[in-house]
Write a protein of this length. Structure first.
Length: 309
């Protein structure tokens, strides 16, 4: 099966990262495949048997597990074990792409948590980038076995205001969204490029990285089934935010996020009824590669995990 040794997209992107955040011989993930519901899920594993905690990294609709190496590498260097799956439809996971829905994503993350807990009882934390933040919330609500939840965005697509920003313009949001739901009921197997459905032009502020991502069919250039998009838009968590008390929550929101500004995440975050923190990543875009935000992200996550071990 293909893996990241077959492509150079991630190698092009890490050139725009500080040396500290780049994959190297000392901080290189093992590539493994996990059988799940008849599919083969690709995972980047940064194994550390003596790590005090495990962190599962979840990408969004414009990424894959390898692209999260920008935060996985420094967290691994801090002594944590890191697991970064390619969610169905992205990266090198081998799945029946047309049948994917958002509940599959939630079930997969739940399965990974349970598998890690079966191996040993070390604490598990979830980190979600972009739409991965809300996925982390859904998974934590279902699983109830995580020690902490970290997200760069918390986007409840049930809210019209959130959909307006996610889609990039109100025409797609107000007309396209109900149309997607209708077509999905008729033929959910139909696939479209995610860049036609979401505001991928705002995925990262660095224009060279943006072009690399949009041209990459394992991340922002992927085609996705309308079933996945529709189910993501209408997803209802197992626990609504007002009742959520599973674990502490850290929102590390980019300051210069041109896709979904912090007030959009706060529509959901402010309702969460548990111990929580909001930290702003200065000068950072939606994919937070810029100084000082990329350094702040690392420090805020490390501090949060150590505080909640």
């Amino acid at each position: 099966m293909k893996n990241y040794s077959y492509q150079d997209t991630w190698q092009k992107i890490i050139k725009y990262l500080p040396e500290h955040n780049r994959i190297s011989k000392k901080s290189s993930p093992q590539e493994l495949f996990m059988d799940w519901k008849g599919n083969h899920i690709h995972l980047d594993y940064y194994l550390k048997k003596d790590a005090p905690a495990k962190i599962i990294l979840l990408h969004g609709v414009g990424g894959n597990g390898r692209l999260l190496s920008f935060i996985g590498v420094p967290l691994f260097q801090h002594g944590f074990e890191i697991i970064a799956p390619d969610l169905p439809g992205y990266g090198y996971s081998q799945v029946d792409k047309e049948s994917i829905n958002f509940n599959d994503w939630i079930d997969l993350v739940n399965h990974i948590i349970l598998e890690e807990k079966r191996k040993d009882n070390r604490p598990v934390f979830l980190f979600g980038l972009s739409a991965g933040g809300m996925l982390a919330y859904h998974a934590a609500s279902k699983n109830k076995m995580v020690e902490g939840l970290i997200a760069t965005n918390l986007l409840d697509q049930r809210m019209q205001e959130v959909r307006d920003f996610s889609a990039g313009n109100k025409i797609i949001s107000r007309i396209g969204t109900p149309l997607i739901s209708l077509i999905s009921r008729l033929n959910g197997n139909l696939t479209l490029p995610m860049k036609t459905l979401a505001n991928m032009k705002a995925i990262v502020n660095e224009k060279n990285v943006r072009k690399i991502l949009i041209d990459d069919d394992t991340s922002a250039g992927s085609r996705v089934p309308l079933r996945l998009v529709s189910s993501m838009i209408n997803a209802q968590p197992a626990i609504e935010p007002e009742e959520f008390n599973i674990c502490p929550v850290l929102l590390v929101h980019p300051e210069d996020d041109k896709w979904t500004p912090v007030n959009i995440s706060r529509l959901f975050f402010d309702k969460i009824n548990t111990k929580k923190e909001l930290k702003i990543l200065e000068n950072a875009g939606h994919f937070p590669l810029e100084y000082p935000g990329i350094e702040q992200l690392e420090q805020y996550v490390v501090d949060f995990i150590k505080k909640n071990l």
